[in-house]
Write a protein that binds this ligand. Structure first.
Ligand code: SF4
Length: 238
């Protein structure tokens, strides 16, 4: 009886030992397979899968904005101008609102000011498809008047969701309305520009709007200073 009990104990211990060894072997094999997969999977594969998800999420918000009638601008717009560019962008430019050309084409920054922004992006060594461009308001205020506080309040959630989905390294707020809306301040842009601020933990650089540069070419110099700081932060060689 004692011998049998002793044998049972030994058998139980043996079984437990074998089970433990099998577990360790399986863990080792899994970690080896995972390491191997990580080695074989190029980093941009992971990014492109992520990018697809971001694009999908942006499309959902874009679709929602396309039907939006939350404010009076829905009655006068031709197109909702949601945004354009790379959902994986490290840099997002945020302007004020669409103008006549943008309203016509449904794309942001395609008029004269847009051409200047495109030139700035080229001077950075990038193309428009490398960055993301959007506005605070998604519909054109008639006669290009300033956005009303109520319009900004009603439209803001689209921009907030865009920025949360893209989650860039740097946001460049173009002009007073973009800077004031994103930073919830009324400090003049002349005092805000030239240094980074924080929007939801993302570095934000306010600078002058390209439309202002068309009227004041001398302001191109400080804008280029701001852009160079953005490039450095985003890891773009100057
Ligand atoms: S401006 Fe914004 S809130 Fe107003 S209708 Fe267009 S999408 Fe909607």
């Amino acid at each position: 009886m004692t011998v049998s009990l002793h044998q049972d104990v030994i058998r139980t211990e043996m079984l437990s030992l074998v089970k433990s060894l099998k577990g360790q072997v399986a863990d080792h094999q899994n970690s080896y397979v995972n390491m191997d997969l990580e080695r074989k999977l190029p980093k941009n594969k992971v990014v492109s899968r992520d990018s697809g998800k971001r694009e999908e999420l942006l499309n959902e918000v874009c679709h929602e904005a396309g039907d939006c009638e939350s404010c009076q601008l829905s009655r006068t717009r031709k197109h909702v101008v949601f945004g354009d560019g790379n959902p994986e962008a490290n840099i997002v430019f945020v302007g004020e609102a669409p103008g006549a050309d943008e309203d016509e084409q449904g794309l942001p920054f395609v008029g004269r000011a847009g051409q200047l922004l495109t030139n700035i992006i080229k001077a950075m060594g990038l193309e428009r498809k490398d960055v993301y461009i959007c506005n605070i308001l998604k519909c054109r205020p008639p006669g290009n008047r300033n956005p009303l506080p109520e319009e900004i309040r009603l439209c803001e959630s689209y921009l907030k969701r865009q920025l949360a989905i893209i989650s860039p390294k740097v946001i460049c707020a173009l002009g007073t309305f973009a800077a004031h809306t994103l930073l919830q301040t009324d400090i003049p842009i002349t005092q805000l520009r030239g240094r980074f601020h924080s929007y939801q933990g993302i570095k934000l650089m306010p600078t002058y709007h390209p439309a202002y540069l068309l009227r004041n070419p001398a302001a191109k110099k400080p804008v280029w200073d701001d852009i160079q700081m953005i490039m450095k932060e985003a890891g773009i060689p100057s």
